[in-house]
Design a protein around this ligand. Structure first.
Ligand code: ATP
Ligand code: MG
Length: 148
């Protein structure tokens, strides 16, 4: 189903800004001359909402969450970056396992299912998911999809 990725992303940003913490600003930006993509909007929405919700939950007040989309020749790249608690190195290899939670989550609630779902939906859309994270610095998630 072709849809406008920019309009889609702006709507999600607006929705999640309402549940963000005090002075936690979600900054959305798109790069590219086109914005129509042919992806499953329901699967994609679930992925993006999960990743931004994690960014909100695992970072503090007075921080920025950067949400970027880019459409290049044959790829759609979506990134979500926070300046939150980060993910300990030793936990990183388990991150997509169902019910896994990193050891620095303290009393932050969660079931450990969100990323497992994102990983499965991403692969259903023939995409891939990657992340880079440093403890107490922040986390960057990237999901990349082939588009026609
Ligand atoms: P839920 O099922 O409600 O999403 P959850 O947030 O604990 O619960 P996931 O979204 O699957 O589960 O994330 C798994 C774990 O990865 C989290 O418990 C947390 O330890 C870590 N994590 C995920 N995103 C981030 C992030 N942006 N910053 C720091 N840690 C994160
Ligand atoms: Mg989560």
């Amino acid at each position: 189903t072709p849809f406008d990725l920019v309009k889609f992303s702006e709507e999600i940003t607006e929705e999640l800004q309402m549940v963000a913490k005090q002075n936690q600003n979600i900054i959305y930006q798109h790069t590219g001359t086109r914005s129509i993509v042919n992806l499953d909007p329901n699967l994609l929405k679930n992925c993006v909402i999960n990743l931004i919700s994690n960014a909100i939950k695992y970072s503090g007040e007075n921080t920025f969450i950067e949400f970027n989309t880019e459409i290049a020749d044959s790829n759609c790249v979506i990134t979500i970056k926070d300046n939150g608690i980060g993910i300990p190195d030793t936990d990183q290899k388990h991150l997509f396992e169902a019910f896994f939670r990193a050891h620095n989550t303290g009393n932050i609630p969660g079931t450990g299912l969100g990323l497992n779902i994102v990983a499965r939906y991403t692969s259903l859309m023939d995409g891939r998911i990657e992340f880079k994270s440093d403890i107490n610095q922040g986390t960057l998630f990237t999901i990349t999809f082939p588009i026609s």
